[in-house]
Design a protein around this ligand. Structure first.
Ligand SMILES: Nc1ncnc2c1ncn2[C@@H]1O[C@H](COP(=O)(O)OP(=O)(O)OP(=O)(O)O)[C@@H](O)[C@H]1O
Ligand SMILES: [Mg+2]
Length: 581
């Protein structure tokens, strides 16, 4: 029922063209019904004295005209319906993609990419078939069925009854096969999704697979799934293959009954020869809708099963949205950040990651966050950018609860270099421009210089136009980090966050970048997460996280004096440096 509603809602905008298409269809079907009638008349009038070759010629011309008219109209309805189907497919694909963009990272953790891709390709194709050929056939079949049956009854009621005796068996076969096919089709779709997922994973993880010498294991894994897919498809083909012969066998019985009873009636003079011939023509016309019903059932089952899968994703509620608290009048952010007694654990987990976190950073200040791995530093950033939702009244931006700031404004005004960097396989320039729609060449040079990346770019053969990844340049870890930094800097946001952004950069380069930032980012609030003391020693404030709590707060000198955890880290790192020398 819900399916029908969804189907109708997608068809609604196209009601005019659908109406036009249906009109063409009705006319074609109507004209089709006339042809046997003409033949009936030719046969029945043949023995009359005034019948001449001229009459046959006239009727033949009529049949030709009808055939041409039918061809044109058939072309028209096909065009109208198929165009609609492609438009609807595009609409669903856009809706689906838009929706995916709104969903939280948690959703993507729980759904694998292969399946989501299969929905957008394979399933959507099945949906298009449903909206295109499926809808047309449904109309056509009903129309043809009713029309031919009425005309058959009009010739002879009893003969019609004999002719359609086998039809209930056809319906039974249809239901039986329909259910089986539906089930098998679902299985095939599922396996296909699993396969595309494995293939995708084995391609994107090829470096790891190679370095662990796991090529064979992965090949076997994909091979096994491909084998399952083949087996399921073969099974489907077997059942599908049985479907038509069974159908034709039953239809054969119907033709046989007509021949016997119709022949008898003609001999007895109950019907004319012309009528007998016309009746046979109509019976043949009835075969089409009966067979088509099977196809339609299949198209609808495939289409609705696919639509269901897509619908299920569409029903997923985006978790991270603007709440009722949002203040739409907020258009920009000044840059003050405050955490007030924030305690957080991830949904579905009892483990408290952050416990009673309080600190504040004023506009233009730099705050460094230090702590052991897994302490919750990145989590802190995820809460500040609302990749995960923080508790209410625990994070304040410009003295306003973070929920008051519209999500789009919040994210536009925070530039982040995330710990795991994702770059698109386009040019370096495109990657940098990603954070902003309109940028000048000068701005790009400016940010690459700030990120101390400019001189390396000039060494690439295509310079800034060099494509990253496949068939393009391969960037080193440090180059990736600096590219990500340039991408963040071009946003020119009042808040800049660097989450472990120097981990692959040597200390010398790091110092240059930090100095650049100090000079050019004076008014910007900067949050730096780092493991090296050298990265954070010039920060205005430093907080030290341990077991989910802030254990130390202050600047470099103060923390060194207090001799706590920060001092320990500092000593250890200094010792390491000295040993290296
Ligand atoms: N999406 C998530 N769901 C549940 N737990 C998570 C999730 N993301 C991170 N965690 C857990 O939260 C804790 C803190 O992770 P986080 O990434 O914030 O650490 P971190 O301080 O940034 O560590 P590192 O220095 O290694 O980057 C870890 O124990 C991690 O397992
Ligand atoms: Mg981290």
């Amino acid at each position: 029922m819900k399916n029908i509603k969804t189907i109708i809602s997608y068809l609604k905008p196209y009601k005019k063209t659908i109406f036009l298409g249906v009109c063409c269809l009705i006319i074609v079907d109507g004209l089709q019904m006339i042809v046997p009638k003409i033949i009936q008349h030719i046969i029945d009038f043949m023995h009359l004295p005034d019948f001449s070759l001229m009459t046959i010629f006239k009727f033949s011309v009529l049949i030709i005209i009808l055939a041409v008219a039918m061809s044109i109209l058939r072309y028209l309805w096909r065009l109208l319906f198929f165009q609609n189907a492609y438009k609807i497919e595009r609409k669903i694909r856009n809706d689906y993609y838009d929706h995916l963009q709104k969903l939280s990272s948690k959703f993507f953790q729980n759904h694998n990419t292969g399946k989501l891709m299969a929905y957008a390709t394979n399933d959507l194709r099945a949906v298009r078939m449903l909206f295109g050929i499926g809808v047309v056939l449904a109309f056509d079949v009903i129309l043809m069925f009713v029309a031919t049956l009425s005309l058959m009854i009009n010739i002879n009621f009893h003969l019609t009854i004999y002719a359609i005796i086998p039809m209930p068996i056809v319906i039974f076969i249809m239901i039986f096969f329909g259910r089986k096919l539906h089930h098998l089709f679902g299985k095939v779709q599922k396996t296909f999704a699993t396969m595309s997922d494995s293939v995708q994973e084995s391609i994107s993880g090829i470096r790891v697979i190679k370095s662990f010498v796991r090529e064979k294991a992965y090949k076997n894994r994909v091979g096994e799934i491909a084998f399952d897919l083949m087996k399921e498809n073969l099974h489907l083909t077997k059942i599908w293959g049985m479907f038509f012969p069974a159908m034709f066998a039953i239809i054969g019985i119907s033709l046989l009954l007509t021949l016997y009873f119709g022949g008898t009636k003609t001999i007895l003079g109950e019907i004319t020869i012309g009528e007998f011939v016309a009746f046979n023509s109509y019976l043949h016309m009835l075969i089409w809708p009966v067979i088509a019903i099977g196809w339609i059932v299949n198209l609808f089952q495939r289409g609705t099963a696919s639509l269901n899968r897509i619908q299920k994703i569409m029903d997923e509620k985006p978790e991270i949205v603007d709440t009722k608290k949002v203040d739409k009048s907020i258009k920009k952010i000044d840059g003050k950040i405050e955490f007030r007694n924030l305690t957080f654990s991830y949904p579905d987990s009892k483990h408290i990651i952050l416990n009673g976190i309080s600190f504040s950073v004023n506009r233009g200040e730099t705050l460094a966050i230090v702590g052991k791995t897994g302490e919750g530093k990145s989590t802190l950033i995820k809460l500040l950018t609302r990749i995960n939702n923080p508790p209410e009244n625990s994070i304040f931006i410009d003295n306003k609860d973070i929920y008051k700031v519209p999500l789009s404004i919040l994210r536009k005004n925070i530039a982040v270099v995330t710990q795991d960097i994702f770059l698109f396989s386009t040019s370096i320039e495109e990657n940098i421009k990603f954070g902003k729609s309109e940028v000048s060449g000068k701005e790009i040079v400016n940010v690459t210089e700030l990120a101390h990346f400019q001189h390396e770019i000039t060494e690439f053969s295509q310079k800034i136009k060099s494509v990253i990844g496949e068939k393009g340049v391969s960037l080193s870890g440090g180059q990736k980090q600096r590219l990500a930094m340039a991408r963040a800097l071009i946003k020119n946001a009042p808040i800049l966050i660097l989450d472990d952004a120097f981990s692959s950069v040597d200390t010398q380069t790091e110092n240059i970048i930090l100095e650049n930032l100090q000079k050019h980012n004076k008014n910007k609030t900067t949050l730096i997460i780092a493991h090296r003391i050298s990265t954070m020693q010039h920060a205005d404030k430093i907080i030290v996280l341990d077991k989910g709590k802030i254990v130390e707060k202050g600047n470099h000198e103060k923390l060194l004096k207090s001799g706590g955890l920060y001092y320990d880290i500092y000593q250890k790192q200094r010792l390491k440096e000295e040993l290296k020398i």
